[in-house]
Design a protein. Structure first.
Length: 135
């Protein structure tokens, strides 16, 4: 939790519209909010369903994915980014798997902080849209 607390403190006073929480409340919210929507999205990604059947998120969205994620292959990150379009930014963390928060916490917090302070999508990079690798 130390890294998370440092992250929250570093944003103190900069994000009045964001509520940073920790502990049981956050776990409860993450496990009970929008369960059906998350389930549909995960099923669509895994079963090769058409993502076009799912509603698009219109808010700026940050997708952070581990380059070596063994649970959700990297191709799913690119499919999700294509589905979400210009409102999404995909960051691929090199030498990381599924547990980026434990494997590369400083990289994760750097990208979260940057996105939360300025959530507008970045200019297009090369031919991947708003996606880039981070080492």
């Amino acid at each position: 939790w130390r890294g998370g607390l440092e992250f929250g403190i570093s944003l103190s006073g900069k994000l009045d519209h964001l509520i940073l929480s920790a502990g049981l409340y956050l776990s409860k919210v993450m496990c009970t909010t929008y369960i059906q929507e998350r389930t549909e999205l995960i099923e669509a990604l895994h079963k090769d369903r058409k993502l076009s059947d799912l509603p698009k998120i219109t808010q700026p969205t940050l997708i952070i994915w581990g380059e070596h994620d063994q649970i959700f292959p990297l191709e799913l990150a690119h499919r999700l980014k294509r589905h979400l379009g210009e409102n999404a930014e995909l960051v691929i963390i090199k030498k990381a798997g599924h547990a980026i928060n434990m494997e590369k916490p400083k990289k994760l917090y750097k990208h979260l902080k940057s996105f939360l302070i300025n959530p507008l999508p970045l200019p297009r990079h090369e031919n991947n849209g708003n996606s880039h690798k981070e080492d």
